[in-house]
Design a protein around this ligand. Structure first.
Ligand SMILES: [Zn+2]
Length: 198
């Protein structure tokens, strides 16, 4: 790999890390502020994306073996450790979200305080994911990188996931309060699929 290619791959990997930090923080704050489980499960997903983006960045930076279809995140020990921590956090957060969503669906008490920020955070997420997906696809095609192409596809499916949460929020806005926990459970299902595929 020549210097320019490496530089471009590093820079796109670093941008993904910053995008994930931003989205995780923003969603976490708004999720806690509004009590929306849909947004909190989005925060969980972005947190997982952050771990994956961090691993990709270090793999590119230290010239580790590139990720391939068998080893989605590359090969080193730090990567396996991160993957372990990631799985643990994933399990704990998922259990909590499913517990809370079921409780809300059964008791009907929602404790939701939606405001404009709830819609802004999801729309921002969709815009960021769209631009990440476009940028990654461009670099993936340029260097014929399957790993980057997989990342690009990942971000484009994230848009669908965020759209589902957005629909949930619109439902809540129109007084269908069950829409939020339903959207959260839907994305929980997706998180599970994501983790089992890695
Ligand atoms: Zn994602």
């Amino acid at each position: 790999m020549d210097d320019l290619a490496l530089k471009e791959k590093r820079s796109i990997a670093l941008t993904s890390v910053f995008a994930a930090i931003f989205l995780t923080g923003f969603k976490l704050v708004i999720g806690l502020m509004t009590g929306s489980l849909g947004i909190l499960s989005e925060a969980l997903h972005s947190g997982l994306d952050l771990v994956a983006a961090g691993i990709t960045f270090f793999a590119v930076k230290y010239g580790d073996k590139p990720a391939d279809s068998d080893h989605h995140f590359g090969h080193s020990k730090i990567e396996s450790f991160s993957a372990l921590v990631e799985t643990l956090l994933l399990v704990i957060t998922c259990i909590w979200i499913v517990y809370e969503a079921s409780k809300r669906l059964i008791t009907g008490s929602m404790e939701l305080e939606l405001n404009i920020c709830a819609f802004i955070v999801i729309l921002t997420s969709i815009l960021v994911d769209y631009s990440r997906s476009k940028a990654l696809m461009r670099v993936a095609r340029k260097y014929k990188s399957e790993a980057l192409e997989a990342d690009a596809l990942h971000f484009s499916t994230d848009i669908l996931s965020s759209a589902a949460v957005l629909i949930g929020l619109v439902g809540v806005y129109f007084n269908f309060h069950y829409a939020d926990p339903i959207a959260a459970l839907r994305s929980f299902k997706r998180n599970e699929i994501v983790s089992s595929s890695t």
